[in-house]
Design a protein around this ligand. Structure first.
Ligand code: NAI
Length: 742
């Protein structure tokens, strides 16, 4: 009998064809195979209305004398249960409704857990959130060894906690520390880790998944105890558990440490981790049932909170963007891209080459000489090696990827490239020259994409004989880590070309927004006034670290002056005048940057900027070595300020920088640079680190009220003049009492 995880043995073909999600087929050997297969969906997700079905199936198994044990498997090809249906969460109106829903879920899952016959989950594909929780409530778990199989409790990423007691069951199966770790990070657990943690009884190839799960169910029915791996009490993990988890004092230390660690990261902006730790603490003290009441209340509080709603809005926006071809006409098909050429093997070029070979593209990477090419290869190999070291990639996978990368110092081997992405120096004449060279060396249909961070694409395209094939693909550094790609179209770029750039970006694993051309596009432009305002505050006598702290405590990952150091003071100095020319006094920078450049400060890259960096030695020891370089004040003709007594209140520092960012985002929207507030929010969060819990600049303004935001901006305009000119699109919203989102 051949089976795979998606098909069932022929003796069960009589299983009723039903419009229900769960079906039961009893095998001659007394094992009931319960198949979960949500009708009409490509992936299984959990919905509240399945509670009755789970209860019915549990009853059927319990009362059928022919059934010894059961296996729960998915009827979908590549997913077990991908989590709760998030649309269902949007329909929740009150906290009381949410609590009632969680209690019904508890009841259904308790039915599985308390079944007096063994139940084994056979998991192939993602078992996330509620899916993992259902598997945890079973008596055993067999996983396929497929890379598609991942377990996890990602609820925290949506500002929630797992609501089907998955945290408690994971703690019972492993340890409180493991449950805290997976609950607080939402990270994935791979089959091999699941086995070593004692979560999985077995990991087997997908074709024999069901049969192995059936055998385990039989053994459990015969009274054998699961032989899953348990750490010895004398192993280092066992001893830590003994010291920390098996006595009240150790446990309170464990929870204290967990709280300290996440508060440092979240700055208190995200309530879900607090609830997660509280729940596990309650469970450790009083057991599963006592903790479930708290679980229901916590879930209800979180699911109705603004933070979770904002985080869910980001999820919905990225899901919508995955389906968006990037142009208004949804029927436009992208061109087929097999071979990508990358010009420039520097930081960006090598990063772009890496994300391309990683996802199956053939890549030809060109730089000026062998030394530069060699550095690019070294960069790509370094990222792959790191993945191998972390066991995220096998050696053959590494070799296969490197096999897709070839290099050159001229245009040989690029004749058949479908897409050329340039990442040479930020210099218009150079970019135009390489564009002409590409048009000469490659086929007539080749798409030329520029990774410029500030030069308008139309300017570059002036050198082109086929401007319809010229587009911007603005990646962020480091390319393999940053999730955003900003695709820029000019008035002449063909829809098909835009759609192709979007598809390539998605394949490279990016969330892609499409914006219209203009100086700084959207992302670099919104950052301009934000960074400028930080520099003005500096000239008003606010200390470097105070400015940065004001913004990190608001939820930005780094402060604006650290960001200038990261981007490069020289780069900021280069872009500043271009912005000024394009947008006038609104983008007038204070004279700080010029003076810093004259002093030879480039920021992080030469370890001299607003901060001093400790050099490689300190970094090797795991210390950043970053501290404010006080000599920066004398270079700027300023007194060394008192960081603890800023002349401008912290709240004003925060507000001025943020409102500059937000106002510029609205300028971009009003001028048609952005296609939608959604894209503005996603671009700001994924490209620049705008605090995700606020949902992005447009959602932030909606929450504050456009009229109130406008009033604040106008007050600053009265004080500081032209650089605070309010965006017409914001004025419009405020006047008409409308919001950005409907
Ligand atoms: P980089 O200086 O690390 O690399 C540029 C590379 O281009 C060098 O290896 C150089 O030898 C090579 N090159 C110069 N002329 C060439 C030619 N004719 N043919 C082939 N290669 C040539 O610079 P980076 O940081 O990689 O930036 C490249 C581009 O990406 C710039 O336009 C920059 O504005 C843009 N960008 C940079 C970001 C960053 O954070 N560094 C972020 C987003 C865009």
């Amino acid at each position: 009998m051949t089976m795979d995880s998606g098909s069932r043995p022929s003796s069960e073909k009589e299983a009723p064809v039903t419009d229900k999600a769960l079906s039961v087929a009893v095998r001659p050997d007394g094992i009931a195979v319960v198949t979960f297969d949500v009708p009409g969906a490509t992936m299984n997700t959990l919905r509240a209305d399945f509670v009755a079905e789970f209860t019915r199936v549990v009853g059927e198994i319990a009362h059928n004398p022919d059934v010894r044990a059961a296996v729960l498997i998915s009827g979908k090809r590549d997913s077990f249960i991908a989590g709760a249906d998030i649309d269902m969460l949007e329909a929740i109106e009150t906290a009381a409704d949410a609590e009632a829903m969680v209690r019904r879920g508890h009841h259904a899952v308790a039915g599985l857990a308390k079944l007096d016959k063994p139940l084994v989950a056979a998991v192939h594909g993602p078992a996330l959130g509620g899916g993992f929780e259902v598997a945890l409530a079973c008596n055993g778990r067999v996983l396929s060894d497929s890379p598609k199989t991942v377990l996890g409790l990602p609820e925290v990423q949506l500002g929630l906690l797992p609501g089907l007691s998955g945290l408690q069951r994971l703690a019972a199966l492993t340890s409180l520390q493991v449950a805290l770790d997976y609950g607080l990070t939402g990270k994935n657990m791979r089959p091999r880790q699941a086995k070593s943690l004692g979560v999985a009884d077995d990991v087997v190839p997908a074709p024999i998944l069901l049969e192995v799960a059936v055998e385990l169910a039989k053994k459990l029915a015969a009274g054998e105890r699961p032989k899953r791996r348990r750490k010895s009490r004398l192993s280092p993990e066992g001893l830590t558990k003994l010291a920390l988890e098996d006595n009240p004092l150790g446990r309170s230390l464990l929870f204290k440490k967990a709280r300290e660690a996440f508060r440092k990261k979240t700055g208190g902006h995200y309530p879900a981790p607090e609830h997660i730790v509280d729940l596990l603490e309650r469970y450790a003290a009083d057991g599963l049932e006592a903790s479930q009441e708290q679980e229901a209340q916590s879930f209800a509080t979180l699911v109705t909170s603004d933070v979770s709603k904002n985080l869910r809005s980001i999820f919905f926006a990225t899901t919508a963007l995955k389906k968006d071809n990037g142009v208004d006409d949804a029927s436009v098909e992208p061109r087929d891209v097999k071979k990508v050429a990358v010009l420039g093997a520097g930081l960006m070029g090598a990063g772009i080459a890496y994300v391309s070979i990683d996802k199956g593209y053939q890549v030809r990477m060109k730089d000026r000489d062998q030394a530069a090419v060699g550095r690019g290869i070294g960069y790509v190999a370094g990222i792959l090696d790191e993945r191998v070291k972390r066991r995220r990639l096998e050696r053959p996978g590494r070799a296969e990827r490197m096999g897709r990368l070839s290099t050159t110092v001229d245009y040989r081997g690029m004749e058949d490239a479908d897409l050329v992405i340039e990442a040479v120096f930020e210099d218009l004449a150079l970019k135009q020259r390489v564009l002409r060279e590409v048009e000469e060396a490659c086929g007539a249909d080749v798409i030329f994409a520029s990774n410029t961070s500030s030069i308008p694409i139309a300017k570059i395209a002036e050198a082109s004989s086929r401007p319809e094939n010229v587009v911007g693909m603005h990646y962020f550094s480091p390319v393999h880590k940053m999730p955003l790609l900003e695709v820029i179209r000019t008035a002449k770029t063909a829809d098909e070309v835009v759609a192709t750039a979007v598809r390539v970006g998605k394949k490279q694993g990016k969330t892609v927004i499409v914006v219209n051309d203009g100086v700084g596009f959207y992302t670099s432009r919104a950052l301009g006034p934000y960074m400028n305002e930080a520099s003005y505050l500096l000239t008003e006598g606010v200390a470097v670290e105070t400015i940065d702290r004001a913004l990190t405590s608001f939820g930005w990952p780094v402060g604006p002056l650290t960001l200038v150091d990261e981007v490069g003071i020289d780069v900021a100095a280069h872009v500043g005048p271009i912005m000024l020319e394009a947008f006038g006094d609104r983008l007038l920078p204070p004279p700080t940057i010029e003076r810093l450049v004259a002093d030879g400060r480039k920021g992080r890259k030469n370890e001299r900027g607003f901060y001093r960096y400790g050099g490689d030695e300190k970094r090797k020891k795991g210390k950043s070595g970053k501290e404010v370089d006080v000599t920066v004040y004398s270079v700027l003709g300023l007194e060394v300020p008192n960081a603890d007594k800023p002349p401008v209140p912290m709240e004003e520092i925060r507000e001025r920088c943020n409102l500059q960012f937000v106002n510029e985002a609205f300028h971009c929207f009003g001028e048609g640079i952005l296609r939608s507030p959604r894209d503005g929010d996603i671009g700001a969060i994924f490209g620049l680190g705008f605090p995700p819990f606020l949902g992005g600049p447009f959602r932030y303004v909606d929450a504050q009220g456009p009229a109130r935001v406008l009033e604040r901006i106008e007050r600053y305009e009265d004080r500081f003049g032209a650089r605070w000119t309010p965006a017409p699109a914001l004025v419009d919203l405020a006047r008409h009492g409308r919001k950005s989102y409907g």
